[in-house]
Each structure stands twice: as C-alpha cells, then as structure tokens.
Design a protein. Structure first.
Lengths: 247, 959
C-alpha cells in the first residue's frame, strides 16, 4: 500500500496540485482535502501518514501571512493534528504552509508547547520576490532532508524572514532543528541565521520557504538550457526522503 | 453595538524607509522620520478582555508586534490616519470576521486603517504626504492629527425602492442628450432617438432600469459599435495601393475576423464568439487566451484599476465555454516616462512613478494570490500616456474539449456564484467608453473598485468542480454592465425572468437598478439545468462560496425584471441586442511622406550603446518581474529572466501546463506605437512579426500559432484617428493571412485621450499583438543567452536604413526616417527556416533584433550569457547601408541572431540557404563586446553595458 498523503486546501491555497503531484512522483498516493471537510470530521486525518500544507495565500494572507489559517488549525483542529503528529505522521508546510505551521505553534513546538515561538515576517527588501536560491540541508534530525548536498530551489514570498529570540534560535541550532539554510550569498530575505526551513524535535514536522514542488523536472531550472541535463529536479529529494522513511 | 479600536504596532519601531523616500520624492525634505502601524475598527460584542484577546491571538504577531487598545501616544510627532471609504472593498475585513469567528468572537463590521507618525514637516507637508504617497481620494479618507479616530460608517444610505418611469417620449433632442449626460448613459443622439421611437411605439415610458440596461448593452465597451459599425474610409488599397473611398460594413468582421475565416485552421475550436478564443492544445485539451485593457480605472486608482483589470480577464477565462482553468498571465503597460517631473503634469494626473508602482502592485497582488504565474509582458513609455496610461492584462487557460460549447436552455436557472453585490463599479461600462479629464477622479470614483483575489480563487475552485459534475449549460463572468450584461447575453436567444431581490447584497439599501448594473467583482453567472441546481448549490456551499438562483431562462423573448413582485423592467430581447442604430463614420488615412532621418551623429559608439540600453523602453524590467510569481503551478520552462545570472531578457515564455507532459505553450507579444506615428500599417506588421520572432527565438514552431489584437486608440470621431485604426486592422488581416496565423480574440479600447480645459493629449495609436504557440516538446526550447566561447554568431535577415520611430532617433532627438517594414518576400521564409534550424538543434541561443536594433541585441545576448562577443559589422547582411552606426541601430525587421556551435554551422546554413544570413561573430571568453569592420574598432566591457541596462530597474528596486 502506498503511503497516503493529505494535501490540505483552504481558501487561497494555490500550490495544492503540484504538491500532490510531487508526492505521486515518489510513489505516494496524494489526495487534496478541503479544510472544511477536515473540520467536519477531524478523524479523517487518521487515514493518512503524511499531511502537507501547500503554498498559496490562505485567506489572502490578510492580517499577516498564514495567520487566519494558523488560527483555524489551532482552534478547530488542534487535537486531531497533535494526535496525528504523536502517532508518527509526517507534516510538511511549504511557503505559506510553513508560515501556517509556525504561527499555529506546530513549529518548532519547543518543550512540546503549542504556542507561537518564532515568526516569518516581511522580507528585508520589503517586497514580494520570486527568485532562485541555493540552500543546504542538515539531515541529522529532519526526515524530509536526504543529505547535506546543496540544492537549488525557487522562493516566492513577501514574508519569509525568519525571526525568533536568540534563546530560541540557539536551542534550535543545538538540536539540529534549523535544518535548511540559505547559502549565505542567497539569503535574500534577511532571515536570522539564514534559516530557510526548520523542523520540530521529532524531525517529522518540517516547514520551509523555498518551493521544492516547483523544481520537479530539470527543465524548471533557470539555467537548464546552459547546463548538463539532470534526470530530475532537486525538489524531488525532499518528498522522496520522507516517503522513503515510511516504506 | 459598540465599536472598538485596536492598534497593532511593531515591538521595535523602525522608520519606514520606503515611505521616507517617497516623501523625499515629493520634495518633503523637512520630514525626518515616518513610522507606520495599523489599526482595526471593530463592531461587535467586544469587552476589553475579549478585544485584548482578539488583538493578541489574531491581529498581532506576538513575536514582532504589540497590541494597544487605544492609539499610542507619540509626543512630538504628528499623525496621519488613512482608511478606505465606506463601501470600498477591503478583503482583510472578511478575513478578520472569519478569524474572529474561529475564536468564537462575533463581529459584524470591520475597517482597517493605516496610521503614520510623522516627525518634522508642516501642516501642508502632511497634507501632501497623505494624498501624494498614502491615500487616493477615489477610495480613501484621511484624518490628520485626529482628535478622535475616523469613525466606522456604514456604506451610505438607502436608495429609492419604488418603480420609477423616466419620461422620454416627449423630449426634444436637447433634452434627450441632457438625459443621456445626466444619467451617465454615454448614448448619443441617434441612439437616444432610437430608444424614444421604441417606447413611442410601445405606448409607454421606459423605467430607469430599462434605460440603464440599454445603455450598458449598447455601450462601446460591450458592443464595440465603432469597430462593428459602418465606415466610409478613404485610404490606400492594401499596403501602398492608390487611395480609394469605400464603405466598410463591420470593420472587425471584414478584416481581422475574415482573415481568420479564410485561414480556416482546423485547430481553431472557438473564435470571436466567447469570452476568449480557444485552439486545440493536444486533442483532449484546448488552450484559450484573452487580453483586456483596464485603462481608465487605472488612471484614477492605479492599484484597484490594475487589480480588477487582471481579475476581470481571469474571469473571462473562467467563463470561457462552461469553464476553463487559468494557467498563466501576461501584462503590458504603457506609461509616461518615470522621470517626468511632477510640475510638468497636467492637473488631476497621478505622477507616472506612483502610477507605475500602483499598477504593478495591483497586478502582483491579484495574480500571485490567484496562483497564476505571470510569465510575459512589456512596458512601453511615451509622454502621451501621461493622463491615460494603458494597462493590458492577459490570461491563458486550459479547457477540456467537451466544455468549449455552451448554450443556455429554456428552463435553466440563472445562478450567480461568488461575491456579493454592492454599490461599487456603477457605470464602469459607460465610464470606460468616455474620455478622461482632469475631473474624472471626482466624477467617476464610483466606477473604481478594489478586487478580492481570494474570493475569485474560491469561486474558481468550485466552478471547475461544478463543470466536471455537469452542472452548467452555460457560464459567463460578470464584467462591464454587471448582471445586466451577463444575464442579458446568456439568455439573448430565449428570454429571462430575474428576481432582483434574490441577489445577495453586501449591505442593504441598494435600488433594483443598482443591483442590476453594479459591477461588483468576483461574480459569475451560470445557466444550470433544473435537475442539477441542488448539486450545483451544494458544491458551492461545501467550500463556503455563495451561489443563488436569481432567475430563469424563459422562451418569452423578453427580459423581465422583478423587484419584490413588481415588474420594474420588461425589454424585448430583439430590441436590446439588435435595436442599436448602426453608425456610419468617416475615416481617412493619408500615407505619410517619408523624410530622410535627420539627427546629430553621436561620436562615441560605446557610449551610444550604453545610452540606448538605459532607455526605459529597452532597460531591464527585473524590478517588476521579480514581484510576480512566475513559477507557481510548476510549469515554468523558459522564464522571463534567463541566463547565467538569471537576469537576461527572455524573448518569450514557455510553460508546460499539464504536469508530467512535455507539451507546452509559448507566449509572446509585440508592440510598436512609435512606428504607428508614421504608419499604423507597418506598426501592425512589425507587432505581429515581433511576436512571431519572439516565439521562434524560444524554439516554438509556427505551425499552430494564434494571435490576439488589442487596439487602444484615441477618439474615433476624428476621421484621421479612425483612419489610422482602419489601416491597422487591414494590416492585421493581411499579415495574419500571410503567416497563416489566425486571430482568435481581441478587444478595442477607444477614446483614450486626456482633456483639460481646451487641451487634449491623445495616446499614440497602440496595438498590442499577443501570440500563443503550441509547443510539442518543451525540452527543445532555447534561450537568448550566449552559451559557450568558440560558438559562432549567425545573423539571419537583412539590415536596411530604417530609423523611423526608432529608439535611436528618440534618444538623439532626431526626426524623420523610414519606418521599418516587414518584407513579405523574406519574413515568413526567415521565420520558418530559423524555426527549423532551432528544431534541428543547430542553435543553442537565439535572440531577435527589436527596439534599439542589432547593437542592443548583441549586448543583451552577451551579458545574459556572461560571455563576450567579437562582431564584424562588415559581415552583416545589408541592403544599401555602409554606415556602422546605422547597422547597429536600424530597426529593420525579420532579423534573428543565432548562436551556432561550429560543428552545426554547415547544417544551419543549409537550412537557411537562399536567405540573407552570415556568420558575423564569435563567442569569446573575454567579457566584452568587440565591434570591428566598416571602420569601427571598439571594445565595450559587458559590465558597462549591463550596468546601463539595469540602472532603471535598480533605481526602482531600491525604493
């Protein structure tokens, strides 16, 4: 039986189709589920091994990016989500999904406390930017990260600057939870410690600003017409690493 | 109910540097610091503790912000507060209400405001800052140092609810015109007389809603009466035949649409009859495209105008057939030069710098939120766009073959899906058919709106589900004219009965006429068979999208409007759709006498090339492109920026819209308004060829290419202006036939002028050509950046002395010159042979020569690839040109540069045999452009060329 993936969709989610497709590429079975269905029957989550919160502008990113959906998860689905995570489920939040995970308190969830401990806020440049960045993973804790090879991925966001107190940053650093960093010259948004993605203490809940689901085929790469061809895009690695741990 | 104010401020206050720079640009140098925060006015059951909780858990980010239940004290600083006028859309409000409800807190009215604390500056400075950088009178209100915050007000007032007749039968001509003017009907005397005659025959007076429905349906915006009317045209026969006077019956049909009919491409599935044109993508799927303008709203409120412009064209795609899925967007803007001094502006005009920023932000916020990549575009500058900028937004969609046809049937329910109806956008269709003036901002504010992209995204999500569940017989968007146009068109063949009181409203108090003609955004109308109504409503309800059956399709041949039981309108469909008197207009085109180009010769070629590249029309648009998501949906293959450092100017976009498939689309555009100043024929030809050249340069074959036309013209009541339009249409038809590339959709926007007092500024005749190609295998695409040293540079095409309308002449302040012509003996053979050479893998880079000519094209290929070039100008295939300056800056058409690996040269030349072509240079490791031959010996560092090309973009990115 292939692992089942729940790709969560809410008003304004817009990367759900390619996120689901990314999971099918690595042998999982992905289904897109609207948040209202999950609110009606939170136990539906039990049918899945993976939960993905895709990119987009949930509820328009009104008030602040991811804020309204984060609150909705926290107030309406908290028990079901914590049960899912405790049971060994994997969670990935990409871009807006990362903002949602952080603002709902599901990431980094230090000391098991489900409250907001960090944030993703306005880029240093003050504007939305679409560009490709290089980043390097730390595979020690996070199941979504295959190895420490540098990868290239696109980012597209206005609020991607990771901010947390020094104490929180230091604890995350020590625990290997700052598991994805921009290579120093491409940290466009001013993130603390060049953070591009973090995971929780279990390593199963992971969020990142770059979009791995937008680099599935080599021809998505901005220099594919001038470099030697590769069999697939770097983004596939994240999905494969996680699904691999389930098989 | 009590109103509570909650302020949200940064924990660590920081000067808003963007705003401070804006203040400096406004000359407000005495302002030394600016701090921005936001506030919420909330009406609902809120005690202090609940308000504090709402602030903490929903409105503020606890890591970087704090919550205050009263405005923060700020001794020594002044305060400006800005909030939207009552009734103006602000999507944040609905999200606050939803977020509060998730916390168990009920709110019924919300307004969000911006608060700015100002250090330094006089009273007058604050006023200038408020209206110059923060607020727009069309949609916002401002309070300076408010003793009390601006209050929370309901959208104003109750409109009359009783049926109203408008006596028209006994009016004389002057009174008819006065009625049209006073009611903003934009109908001329002949049209008013036709309506009068109709009601005289009926023996009754029209009601207000009947008159409004006629005005909307008969507006230039909705029926294109100029392009579809009668024209008595005097002008050359064809490109340069002798002048002749002839009567053209329906310009559109007899030129552009007739060319499409003659080409009779079997892969055209739906042309000129739906919201967009549809062609065959891969047999199972069709691809559709539409480009719209939103010029006038953008002139008055750039953000909202551009925002709703894009929202509108996306709905055109959503409402094609019984529903298509948008896969990418395009945007093309025409502005006055960004450096135009504020003191040089006509009264009532928004400075181009601010206008650009507003337009770009408006497109960005809608497209990005919809999750549709913006993949192609252009920006064109000319001082004549100062009061009347042009904002073109395009959308491409995919549609299953079985969903292309639509036909409402008698008995179907008419269901409005999506947003609610408010008092916004009243008279948009009629407003957009009139010209702009210095008073437009005050008189037409009601026509300006802000979009709510998430409402439209939610709507799209359910529409595709309804479509696939077989719920629709027909579907269309609510655009200009609102429900009146959507329902009127959908039921035109049959008849309809509408219960206006059922339309869901944003707030109470609208009159039935307001409900009927409001252009509130994000609404679609579907014809739903009775057996499917329940399922349709359930699919929408499951995702919280409002859907309401507001009427039915009948077989009465009449449009019956009811309001709480009373019949308030009853219109004969035949009169509504066919009663418009046909206009006969005069049009004249006199071919220009071409003068030799006169200019002061620049002494330094290196300097000249840098200056050309720095011209706003040529310069990098990176600061705009980066603000648009061009990767979402994961189909990006050739991006708008390409090359070693991802910053070179791509000729066209390639996307692979079906995940897992190699089949793709290439999208490009062409736009040459400066050639139209000389002869719109050649501007149209060059626009079409430029779009096709761009497609060829990314490796698209020409076998299946569709074109779209968008005419933005001044007032066609002037026969010369109209003549230029006729001339452009004739050229479009001639070149569409020549290339075998049918037009599948188009739009015209007329009366683009700005008047103040006695003065009039007409925009240049601006024809935007958009081109869409089906690409069998996206892995064959190429990009324009040089790939490796040692490769050869091949130039295909002939260079002539064609400086008319060129960037070079504009740069050096010259005049005259021969306008570039598309040579029909060469153009198509060149494009086809180049496409073949690229398909055969002979070229690893391709770039066309367009604005600025050969010199800028060489520079762009070099700095995009990060490799140098040695070029022998004497080797350039030329016709009567020996001056190296002309070789570098002439804008002759049909020229394409190819980078060819030495081992592929023989094959490339075999494929190009018989055409003007030559190896003119070599790719070099040394990063410079080295020009030799024809007496030139000049080396220009790539860094200098690139710096010049990026200067404008960097200056905007830094703001």
């Amino acid at each position: 039986m292939p692992p089942r993936v729940c790709v969560l969709r809410a008003a304004g989610t817009n990367c759900d189709a390619e996120t689901a497709y990314a999971f099918t590429l690595v042998g999982a079975q992905a289904e897109t589920v609207h948040i209202l269905r999950l609110r009606e029957q939170p136990q539906r989550l039990r049918a899945y091994q993976v939960l993905a919160i895709p990119g987009g502008f949930s509820y328009g990113d009104d008030i602040a990016s991811g804020r309204v959906l984060a609150n909705e998860l926290r107030t309406c689905l908290r028990e079901a989500l914590l049960e899912f995570i405790e049971r060994g489920g994997l969670v990935i939040g990409i871009c807006n999904g990362f903002q949602v995970l952080v603002k709902s308190g599901l990431l980094p969830r230090l000391d098991g406390r489900c409250e907001q401990q960090a944030t993703l806020t306005d880029n240093r440049s003050g504007v939305y930017e679409d560009r490709w960045v290089r980043c390097r993973g730390d595979p020690r804790r996070c199941v979504w990260i295959a190895d420490d090879q540098e990868v290239e991925l696109p980012v597209a966001h206005a609020e991607g600057r990771f901010v947390a107190s020094e104490a929180v940053l230091e604890r995350l650093e020590q625990a290997g939870q700052l598991c994805l960093r921009y290579s120093s010259d491409t940290c466009h948004n001013g993130s603390a410690r060049a953070v591009a993605g973090i995971c929780d203490a279990s390593g199963r809940v992971f969020g990142l600003m770059p979009h791995p689901e937008r680099f599935l085929r080599w021809e998505n790469h901005p220099r594919w017409t001038r470099e030697a061809p590769r069999p697939e895009g770097d983004g596939v690695r994240f999905f494969r690493a996680a699904i691999h741990t389930l098989q | 109910m009590p109103v509570v104010r909650i302020d949200v401020c940064p924990l660590i206050p920081a000067v808003d540097q963007h705003l401070l720079r804006e203040a400096a640009l406004l000359g407000l140098t005495r302002i030394t610091a600016l701090y921005r925060s936001r506030y919420y006015l909330l009406r609902g059951a809120l005690d202090a503790a609940t308000a504090e909780r709402l602030g903490r858990e929903l409105l503020a980010d606890p890591i970087v912000e704090r919550v205050l239940l009263r405005p923060p004290p700020c001794p020594g600083r002044r305060v400006i507060e800005v909030q939207r006028l009552p009734g103006v859309m602000d999507p944040v409000e609905a999200s606050v209400i939803k977020g509060a409800s998730d916390l168990g807190i009920r709110l019924d009215l919300v307004r969000v405001g911006t608060r700015v604390e100002v250090a330094g500056g006089s009273d007058a400075d604050l006023e200038i800052l408020a209206w110059g950088a923060l607020a727009n009178r069309a949609i916002e209100e401002v309070a300076i140092d408010p003793a009390e915050p601006i209050r929370l007000r309901e959208p104003a007032g109750n409109a009359r609810q009783q049926r109203l007749e408008v006596p028209i039968r006994h009016l004389d001509d002057a009174a008819l015109l006065e009625l049209s003017r006073r009611g903003c009907l934009s109908l001329d005397l002949e049209e008013m007389r036709a309506i009068q005659a109709h009601y005289r025959a009926l023996g009754r007076e029209p009601t207000d809603v009947e008159l409004e429905t006629l005005a909307q349906t008969w507006s230039e915006h909705c029926v294109h009466k100029t392009l579809k009317g009668l024209v008595r045209y005097t002008g050359p026969e064809g490109e340069d035949g002798p002048p002749r006077t002839r009567l053209i019956d329906n310009l559109l049909k007899s030129t552009i649409a007739s060319a499409t009919a003659d080409i009779a491409a079997p892969w055209c599935w739906s042309v000129f009859r739906d919201n967009s044109g549809v062609i065959d993508f891969d047999g199972a799927w069709g691809v559709c495209m539409k480009v719209e303008t939103h010029n006038r709203p953008s002139a008055i409120e750039p953000y909202g105008g551009a925002n709703t412009g894009l929202g509108g064209v996306i709905r055109d795609i959503m409402g094609t057939g019984i529903g298509a899925k948008p896969v990418c967007n395009t945007d093309v803007f025409c502005f006055a030069p960004p450096e135009t001094a504020d003191s040089a502006l006509p009264p009532g005009v928004i400075p181009p710098r601010r206008l650009m920023q507003g337009v770009i932000a408006g497109v960005r916020d809608y497209g990005n939120r919809m999750g549709i990549p913006t993949v192609n575009g252009a920006v064109r500058f000319d001082p004549r766009y100062v009061g009347n900028p042009l904002v073109y937004c395009g959308t491409v969609g995919l549609i299953p073959r079985s969903c292309v046809d639509k036909q409402a049937q008698v008995g179907d329910w008419l269901v409005v899906i999506g947003g609610r109806t408010g008092r916004d956008g009243i008279h948009g269709a009629t407003f957009s058919s009139a010209e702009l003036s210095e008073r437009s901002a005050q008189t037409s504010g009601g026509a300006v709106q802000i979009g709510n992209a998430i409402e439209e995204k939610r709507c799209l999500d359910v529409l595709l589900q309804c479509r696939d569940a077989g719920c629709f017989h027909a579907l269309t968007d609510c655009g200009a004219g609102g429900l009146s146009s959507a329902c009127g068109e959908m039921a035109a063949e049959h008849g309809a009965e509408i219960f206006l009181e059922r339309v869901p409203l944003k707030y109470a108090g609208l009159s039935y006429t307001e409900v009927w003609i409001s252009e509130s955004q994000e609404r679609m109308v579907a014809a739903v068979p009775p057996a499917k109504l329940e399922q349709c409503l359930a699919i929408c309800a499951a995702e919280g999208v409002e859907a309401t059956a507001i009427g039915r399709v009948t077989d009465s041949g009449r449009l019956l409007l009811r309001w709480h039981g009373t019949v308030v309108g009853e219109l004969d469909m035949r009169f509504l759709h066919h009663g418009l008197p046909r206009r006969e207009r005069l049009a004249v085109f006199t071919p220009p006498l071409e003068q030799p180009a006169v200019f002061d010769r620049p002494s330094d070629l290196a300097r000249l090339l840098c200056d050309l590249l720095a011209r706003p029309n040529l310069a990098s648009k990176e600061w705009i492109i980066r603000q648009y998501d061009h990767e979402v949906q994961a189909g990006s293959i050739v991006k708008p920026l390409v090359g070693a450092a991802h910053d070179g100017p791509s000729d066209a976009a390639v996307v692979a819209p079906l995940l897992g498939s190699q089949r793709g689309l290439a999208i490009a555009c062409g736009l040459n308004p400066s050639y139209a100043d000389i002869d719109p024929w050649h501007a149209a030809a060059a626009g079409i060829e430029e779009a096709l050249r761009n497609l060829v340069c990314v490796g698209a074959p020409l076998e299946r290419v569709a074109l779209l036309d968008n005419f933005s013209w001044a007032k066609c009541t002037d026969p010369q202006v109209f003549g230029a339009l006729v001339r452009a249409c004739e050229a479009c038809a001639a070149y569409a036939r020549y290339y075998g590339t049918p037009f599948i959709s188009g739009k015209d926007s007329l009366s683009n002028e700005f008047t103040w007092g006695e003065r009039v500024i007409r925009i240049p005749h601006t024809l935007l050509i958009s081109a869409l190609a089906v690409v069998p295998d996206v892995r064959r695409a190429v990009t324009m950046d040089l790939k490796r040293p040692g490769d050869l540079l091949l130039l295909v095409g002939l260079t002539r002395e064609e400086l008319g309308g060129s960037e070079f002449l504009a740069l050096v302040g010259g005049r005259g010159g021969r306008v570039p012509r598309v040579d029909r003996a060469l153009s198509k053979p060149i494009l086809e042979a180049v496409a073949q050479a690229i398909a055969a893998g002979c070229a690893v880079a391709a770039h066309d020569c367009s604005e600025g000519g050969l010199g800028p094209a060489l520079a762009e290929m070099a700095f995009a690839g990060g490799w140098g070039l040695t070029v022998d100008l004497a080797a350039v295939p030329r016709a009567g040109v020996d001056d190296p300056l002309i070789v570098l800056v002439s804008e002759s058409q049909s020229r394409i540069l190819l980078e060819v690996p030495p081992e592929r040269l023989a094959e490339a030349q075999r494929l190009l045999r018989g055409l003007p072509q030559a190896v003119i240079g070599r790719v070099e490791p040394r990063p410079e452009l080295a020009l030799r031959g024809l007496g030139v010996d000049c080396q220009i560092p790539l860094a200098a060329l690139k710096e010049a090309w990026q200067r404008l973009s960097r200056s905007f990115a830094a703001r």
